[in-house]
Design a protein around this ligand. Sequence first.
Ligand code: FAD
Length: 488
Amino acid sequence: MAEPELVDVVVVGLGVGGEEVAGRLAEAGLTVVGVERDLVGGECPYWGCIPSKMMIRAANAIAEARRVDGLAGTAQVRPDWAPVAKRIREEATDTWDDTVAVERFTGKGGRFVRGSARLDGPGRVRVGERVFQARHGIVLGTGTKPSVPPVDGLADTPYWTNRQAIEVEELPESLLVLGGGAIGLELAQVFARFGVRVTVVEAADRVLAVEEPEASEVAAAALRADGVKIHTGVRAERVRHDGRGFTLHGADGAEFTGQRLLVVTGRRAHLDELGLDTVGVDAGQRYLAVDDRLRVTDGMWAVGDVTGEGAFTHVAMYQAGIVVADVLDCARRADGGPDASGTARVTGGAVSASGTTGPGAPAGAVPRADYRALPRVTFTDPEIGAVGLTERQARERGINVQVGLAELPSSARGWIHRSGNEGFVKLVADADQGVLIGATSVGPAGGEVLSGLVVAVHAAVPLARLRHMIYAYPTFHRAIEDALRHLR
Ligand SMILES: Cc1cc2nc3c(=O)[nH]c(=O)nc-3n(C[C@H](O)[C@H](O)[C@H](O)COP(=O)(O)OP(=O)(O)OC[C@H]3O[C@@H](n4cnc5c(N)ncnc54)[C@H](O)[C@@H]3O)c2cc1C
């Protein structure tokens, strides 16, 4: 067996979360080995957020051009996928090459190892023949993979996941989308706007089932207006591929066909590959259970999607700040320095209580993770932004709930905007505490309008104060003021 190499920290998986942790710890002066088996940066820049939002930007430009009629004359649009595919290939992904990202990490002082890592006992990580012994800790940022349902015949077909959908150079004539969640709807709308005949099949009784029912209705109506066929309450039972196209059979006998089939039915962590048993951690969990400092066990942290706290890049980045602070704090104490409440400084930078970093920043208490005001945005047109609890979740918790809703089309800005003005602001308040505990903002800028609502939920701003502030006229966010008036 190879002699273990002693290092300070090993980070397994350099996706959004792992890359951030590894880079910042290396900048702070620790010896950090970062292991990645695929592309440094992970799902977000190569097959997720960034290329999908480039696709959405292009599809929305087409939709806006089609709205010229009746507002500003006439416009003729001839959609062409080639510039979109080119932009994804050349600008977003460097043709799925991570040279720049690897150099970004090594430029910060990190040591990069390409390969698949497994835990090999406490503090040890094995990558092929190489074994690393981590003095201060191991950070797991191994993300998720598509979760493909056990539908009869599906595994034997050339179905797409998000990866093939993002990499596509030539659009199919028709596309079946299995799964009406955020990713399914975003991609369905994009392809429909480029002329693909799209059918969405969803098992739940509505699309975007985790969001407010009003949001599901607006999203479904918007996609239908783009020509997307939506079938909810359909449990896929069987899939066949005859060499030219797919047929999906529902449990109720319904049949759907498409040249391509995109499966976007959620994602799951693959904990069984990580050697968790060698450190006494249950590999049978759905996600890696962590505490509010993202600790899995002593000397082991997890970051990002693998924690199951929200599969978003902003969650991975938020958690990364906490992990960095905690690892540095542990390293400081192991080296005989004061703990995070002391005044020690770490070479090259430290993390403050608020999670901010900077050379010589004073050390503070390690921040604890708080997901009460976790924002989420589905980037359909209209955008669906949400934060905190839905009305139903709040009622299920026995909270004395008040709800207020304001429709965008009847607001001044919505009326001015005219076509494409669908949306609303819905507020969920805790009447006893007099604060917002959840909100949904749907509209042309639903994700942007959300920011004020995130502050309100995060900081538990009293409703009275929210009612007595000034909202700029005529903005979309003025609907927040209307929704506050309707709270009951
Ligand atoms: C189509 C799509 C659109 C999305 N859009 C958005 C969006 O708009 N906004 C948003 O916030 N989020 C979005 N997401 C989610 C976002 O991409 C993820 O939340 C984010 O990538 C999670 O980062 P991560 O570091 O946890 O994991 P990942 O990015 O999945 O990275 C994990 C890395 O670990 C590596 N790895 C795994 N196991 C090992 C091992 N044993 N050894 C070595 N390496 C290993 C993997 O190769 C991978 O590179 C989207 C996702 C998809 C699929």
